[in-house]
Design a protein around this ligand. Structure first.
Ligand SMILES: Cc1ncc(COP(=O)(O)O)c(C=O)c1O
Length: 382
């Protein structure tokens, strides 16, 4: 099992931060890289000509490595929503068809399709949150409905952000493929932790940001695009997306054809090398530890939490149905008022999410944090 990595973070012992699913702290090395990169921008004449290219290719490679992709199948984007809007522009959704989303999934994988449904003449089918917590079965049932319109797409998170439910994307993907439907995965709460292999999974799009589980900055996200979706028109029009548009050439618009790979979907200003380098370092650290070792550590921590909270008046999801790194507590009588605030007053940090308390440890947490959480929770929750 991966040992605790707290020493690599700027995290005082008396802070009990169990909220990586909202935003993780930056490792010291990532902060250092950010400071160094700001200084570089202070003296741009010192930068070699190929500096920016080296930076974004390093980040692309690090992102690709986390999901088993070829770097050429990964686009540099600023947010998950940007990636989903790109998919909205690229993916044809037939009139009269339906698109599956999850109830209360994050806005990013949902609202692009909601916004397009009326003019596009398709419907949105929302898979209701299952009372038994089994999202996979609920999605498979929706996919298999015989009385429904033909299925064009499932645009869903692989781990639900609010209840921590983990979806079996391999099974869902295989069933979608059987029906000829496309698959967009918002893997925000998955990449870096659970193992993802896009070559085996073969989704149309898989998107994740860096500011939560992969220990990076805001404003950096990555989108895997299957080869069959690499011939679309990008969301914005940039020189880098074209085969030959260069300010240093004597002819500016020399060749306007789009590049042949996912780089055509790269965002404008991808040369933002300050956050790009920070993102690369966070992702490289995650890859260095490896999925198995991380999952082992985080499931040990959420398991101990569940054990410690076991005989209180709360609802815990079944272990096999939740992500190994997230424990969302339900409250049969409603969450006690101000619970997150009262926890925070004791320097214990977890997030209120749609009536649940979402607890999300990362590699810097240890057993002492878990014991502390349980003690403080018992005290302040009454
Ligand atoms: C499931 C999920 N998707 C996406 C995001 C972030 O989306 P965006 O990068 O579009 O702001 C979040 C943030 O909480 C999330 O929980």
């Amino acid at each position: 099992m991966l040992p605790c990595q707290r020493a690599l973070f700027d995290m005082p012992r008396d802070v009990c931060f169990l909220n990586a699913a909202s935003w993780s702290p930056l490792p010291r090395a990532v902060q250092e890289a950010g400071r160094g990169a700001v200084a570089r921008k202070g003296q741009p004449w010192m930068l070699p000509a190929d500096f920016a290219t080296a930076q974004h290719e390093r980040a692309r490679k690090a992102a690709a490595a986390l999901i088993g992709a070829d770097p050429g199948d990964v686009a540099l984007i600023p947010s998950v929503g940007y990636g989903v809007s790109t998919a909205g522009k690229v993916l044809p959704i037939e009139r009269g068809s339906r698109v599956i989303v999850l109830e209360n999934d994050h806005t990013s994988p949902v609202l692009e399709w909601v916004g397009r449904a009326e003019t596009g003449g398709f419907t949105i089918e929302t898979v209701r949150q299952p009372t038994d917590g089994d999202w996979t079965s609920a999605v498979l049932e929706a996919i298999g409905r015989r009385d429904a319109a033909p299925l064009a797409l499932a645009s869903i998170s692989s781990v639900h952000w609010s209840d921590g439910g983990a979806l079996d994307v391999a099974r869902i993907g295989a069933t979608l493929k059987h029906q000829g439907a496309a698959f967009l995965i918002d893997a925000t709460h998955d990449v870096g932790v659970r193992r993802i292999d896009v070559k085996a999974l073969d989704p149309d799009f898989l998107i994740f940001p860096t500011y939560k589980w992969v220990l990076g900055p805001y404003g950096r996200a990555f989108m895997y695009v299957a080869k069959r979706r690499q011939a679309g028109t990008p969301l914005e029009q940039t020189a880098a997306a074209r085969k030959a548009v260069s300010a240093e050439d004597t002819v500016y618009f020399r060749d306007l054809a789009y590049r042949e790979d996912a780089r055509r979907y790269d965002m404008g200003e991808r040369d933002h090398f300050i956050s790009m380098e920070m993102a690369a370092i966070g992702m490289e650290m995650m890859a260095g530890w490896g999925n198995e070792a991380i999952v082992e550590r985080l499931s040990m921590l959420t398991g101990k939490l569940a054990e410690g909270l076991g005989n209180l008046d709360i609802r815990l999801p079944e272990t096999k149905l939740r992500a190994p790194h997230i424990l969302s507590l339900g409250f049969p009588k409603g969450m006690p008022e101000d619970l997150p605030k009262r926890l925070a007053a004791e320097n214990v940090h977890a997030a209120p999410r749609l009536g649940r308390l979402r607890i999300s440890p990362h590699v810097y947490n240890d057993e002492e944090d878990i014991e502390r959480f349980v003690d403080v929770f018992r005290k302040v929750a009454g």
